[in-house]
Design a protein around this ligand. Structure first.
Ligand code: C5P
Length: 306
């Protein structure tokens, strides 16, 4: 499904270009248990992928240079980009002596809590593993990704999982029941480090039940899933940006079965069973929010890994 395009060198039979789909993720739960001595938070969350995706084209190049271009001016086009860093680290770890040109076709909103940058990096790892025939397992790619960002291991495998530790300890779950996911991103972005920096774990009054959410996902219980949605970062980001609260209230007013901010925000997602209701939500939200999408829940792992 994710292998959309491949070009072969007629002389050598070598793949010269691969494309990978890089889907966005949402958090059905996000709990920060405590702040660790290394400065990161010990997390417990359920993450799942949705059918809103960037596409990454990777073109094999002679030499050793990594170059990158993106259809969006909002992401860095150099070594600050997580996809660039993933390619550089993969070359370093495997001793590959090839260059690559990375093209990112961006659809996932930037700095939005949807792991767009992490998913681009993960897709780059999966794609280069195929392009350069490295034969690395998903686990090995995830371990390399973890050195760059906490969400990258989940994005390497994608699908649905309970994530613990910094986010790199993963227990796979089955796909949640099919439904529509309406995503709305306020105009501004937020910095994950900034949101975590403002979180006072000692003062958290309401925590989501990640174990119960995992059970609800396993049993395919949509009503239970919507009832268990929770994210301890939501009040932090809402305090910084009141539009987040307004969008969530509107979603529920327009009939969403459940709504929650994803990750560190500011994107809010709504879960709805029926397409007609998803459309109604999109129309209502477009009145005051420019980036609104209605997509299907994906929830299944990427098939380009063994
Ligand atoms: O790992 P990543 O670079 O994506 O994390 C961005 C920032 O989010 C970190 O610098 C840290 O401030 C915060 N973070 C955290 N605990 C985690 C993951 C991220 O505090 N488990």
């Amino acid at each position: 499904m994710e292998r959309t395009d491949r070009r072969y060198d007629r002389m050598e039979g070598r793949v010269q270009m691969v494309s990978e789909k890089a889907p966005a993720k949402i958090n059905l739960t996000l709990d920060a248990r405590y702040k660790r001595p290394d400065g990161y938070h010990e997390l417990e969350m359920v993450m799942t992928t949705v059918d809103l995706a960037d596409r990454i084209d990777l073109e094999d190049r002679d030499g050793s240079s990594i170059t990158l271009e993106s259809s969006s001016g909002l992401v860095p086009q150099d070594e600050r980009n997580l996809a660039y860093r993933a390619a550089a680290l993969l070359r370093e770890k495997t001793g590959v002596r090839r260059g690559v040109h990375i093209r990112i076709h961006k659809r996932i909103p930037v700095a939005a809590g949807l792991a767009g940058g992490s998913s681009d990096a993960a897709a780059t790892l999966r794609g280069l593993n195929r392009l350069w025939k490295l034969g690395l397992s998903g686990r090995e790619l995830a371990d390399i990704g973890a050195e760059i960002g906490s969400d990258i291991p989940f994005c390497v495998h994608s699908g649905t999982a309970v994530a613990k530790g910094r986010g790199e300890i993963l227990e796979p779950l089955p796909a949640p029941p099919p439904c529509w996911v309406v995503l709305a991103k306020p105009a501004h972005g937020v910095s994950t480090a900034d949101v975590f920096g403002r979180l006072n774990v000692g003062a958290i009054s309401e925590r989501p039940d990640t174990e119960a959410m995992a059970e609800a996902v396993c049993s395919g219980d949509f009503d239970r899933i919507t009832g268990l949605l929770g994210n301890v970062l939501e009040p932090v980001t809402m305090g910084m940006h009141p539009e987040v609260g307004k969008i969530k209230r509107k979603m529920l007013e327009f009939g969403a079965e459940g709504a929650l901010m994803s990750g560190s925000g500011p994107t809010v997602f709504a879960l709805v069973r029926k397409e007609s209701k998803a459309k109604r939500l999109v129309n209502g939200l477009k009145g005051f929010c420019r980036q609104v999408f209605a997509v299907r829940m994906l929830g299944k792992p990427i098939d380009s890994l063994d």
